[in-house]
Design a protein around this ligand. Structure first.
Ligand code: FES
Ligand code: FES
Length: 164
């Protein structure tokens, strides 16, 4: 067992785990952060996606020993003060989920996309979300949710001239 200090959702957390234990396992089984899901365990589905220093990352592939010092965000860390983010709100409004197993990974992937590209075109959304699989086939609604999130996000940001 080794000891790690992880920076997750704005908190610094101590955890003891074998160095080769995956980040996904540590999140779910040692820290009770169960939003990231175990789908394939092989990097194929994206259900385990978290943000590491802002980059969508498959936590089933990365050992906990590799993430010390990085800022990790899981789905539990997205909303603040009980408020949903525009992406979360859009997924709800568009009904972009069925069983919900893929949803935390989808939301985090979409969050990273909209940070990089605030107004993505349809093809950019499809391309960015391509590696995240939804067994329920809600892809059209997921794309619609990302489009709506872009609009909600734009509304939330005051126009340049209005900023102080
Ligand atoms: S569980 Fe990590 S990619 Fe499928
Ligand atoms: S909503 Fe069921 S896997 Fe996507």
């Amino acid at each position: 067992m080794a000891h790690y200090l992880l920076h997750i959702n704005g908190a610094s957390l101590h955890v003891a785990a074998p160095s080769d234990e995956t980040l996904l396992s540590v999140l779910r089984n040692r820290l009770d952060l169960t939003g990231a899901k175990y789908g394939c365990g092989e990097g194929q589905c994206g259900a385990c996606t978290v943000l590491i220093d802002g980059v969508p990352t498959r936590s089933c592939l990365i050992p906990v020993s590799a993430v010390g010092g990085a800022k990790i965000v899981t789905i539990e860390g997205l909303g603040q003060d009980g408020q949903l983010t525009p992406v979360q709100q859009a997924f709800v409004e568009e009904g972009a989920l069925q069983c919900g197993y893929c949803t935390s990974g989808m939301v985090l992937r979409a969050t990273a996309l909209l940070r990089e590209t605030p107004q993505p075109g349809h093809e950019q959304i499809v391309h960015a979300m391509d590696g995240n699989l939804c067994r329920c086939g809600t892809y059209p609604r997921i794309v619609a949710a990302v489009q709506l999130a872009a609009r909600l996000q734009a509304r939330a940001v005051p126009p340049e001239g209005a900023r102080r």
